[in-house]
Design a protein around this ligand. Structure first.
Ligand code: IVH
Length: 361
């Protein structure tokens, strides 16, 4: 054996593992916590060092390596994935006034057999993100599968594309359970959407064929997730918010025993998933009404689109007691805001004639 005195530093395998851990840490600081510890150039240097090691030693490449976020694989079609726990939809409160929140609380209290003398029910109030639902499956702490909702029973496997989303952890801390499915929303921020459309317009102006601009962030996000060419998907900046669970290792097999929805969201946050800071506990109907009002008033200041808020009964025991009606849980409701997209009439279009005769509206 080589005496330690002459040891040539870590082996490529050790160095690759060390770099991955560092890059995971710094990417989380940068993309999820918005609080980087090192300059971008230093991150790039570590990233390139890892890329070089992996290029020289292909056997060291792992699916959870940060270098795998760049995409590249081109598919003919997406494979179907049967969800082990169905991805449900959510009942919508049609009364878009803040007072609509009371209808939900009334239904919940009635179903639980509560009278006015009983204490208020605790809820979690969340934003209703306007993107597309995603199920992320982790086994032994590593992201192994990302699937769209599809019809709720069977979705499409979009793992390579979802790996390009920097806010989606590729690997979880050691205290994560052996099986964990995180449910949440893939979306595109408004500034990323505007930058993407600027880029698309530049390509179209340069004569690129088959390029188009996107109607809204949700369409752009859906298009990116369903891109068969993951190299293109990687160039469409997507973000992610976690809001629930699918399958998880049960407590009697070493999984966590959550008692409330809020507790599980905070655990997801601790494992590295983005959870919106507007996610709050609300006790009783008045707090829900106030939440709907407060979020409605600040909606335009959010960096992404929402189409409402969601209320969920906080106690998981009460959720079980409430159960489902058809495919919708009785313990949750979406409370919308009046639509922002409106029909409008085009009154006139000015057309400029360029020097070469090209017409530009
Ligand atoms: S919970 C059992 N929470 O809204 C409830 N959904 O019809 C399952 N959505 O397609 C969903 N924000 O993609 C939940 N904070 C949130 C949400 C949310 C957006 C979407 C979701 C789903 C639809 C529900």
């Amino acid at each position: 054996m080589t005496p330690d005195l002459f040891a040539a530093g870590p082996s490529p395998a050790e160095r690759a593992a060390e770099l991955r851990a560092q890059l995971h840490h710094h990417a989380h600081r940068y993309y999820t916590l918005d609080d980087p510890e090192i300059p971008d150039a230093e991150y790039d240097r570590l990233f390139r060092e890892l890329q070089n090691i992996e290029a020289a030693h292909p056997g060291l490449l792992t699916s959870d390596s940060p270098t795998q976020r760049v995409g590249g694989r081109v598919l003919d079609a997406f494979s179907p994935v049967r969800h082990r726990v169905p991805m449900l939809s959510i009942n919508t409160e049609t009364d878009t006034e803040p007072s609509g929140a009371r209808n939900f609380d009334t239904r919940v209290r009635r179903a639980l057999g509560l009278t006015e003398a009983d204490a208020p029910v605790d809820y979690v109030a969340e934003l209703k993100f306007d993107g597309l639902a995603m199920s992320l499956r982790y086994e032994a702490g590593v992201l192994v599968q990302a699937a769209t909702r599809g019809d709720g029973e069977v979705g499409e496997e979009v793992t390579t594309n979802v790996r390009t989303i920097q806010q989606v952890p590729l690997r979880l801390p050691a205290d994560a359970p052996p099986v964990l499915e995180v449910r949440g929303e893939v979306y595109m921020r408004r500034d990323d959407f505007d930058a993407l459309n600027d880029k698309q317009r530049a390509k179209i102006a340069a004569g690129a064929k088959g390029e188009k601009t996107f109607v809204n962030p949700r369409n752009a996000a859906a298009g990116a997730v369903r891109q068969l060419d993951s190299g293109i998907a990687a160039q469409r900046p997507l973000s992610f918010f976690a809001y629930g669970l699918g399958e998880i290792t049960p407590p009697d097999q070493g999984g966590p025993a959550f008692e409330t929805h809020f507790e599980l969201l905070m655990q997801l946050k601790a494992w590295g998933f983005p959870v919106a800071e507007q996610t709050v506990l609300c006790s009783g109907a008045d707090a829900l009404v106030a939440y709907h009002q407060r979020i409605g008033a600040s909606r335009d200041q959010l960096p992404y689109d929402i189409d409402g808020v969601v209320y969920k009964v906080n106690s998981l025991a009460l959720q079980r007691q409430l159960g489902f009606v058809t495919r919708e849980p009785r313990w949750a409701v979406a409370h919308k805001y009046p639509a922002q997209e409106q029909l409008t009439t085009v009154l006139a279009i000015d057309v400029q004639v360029g020097r070469t005769g090209k017409l530009t509206p």
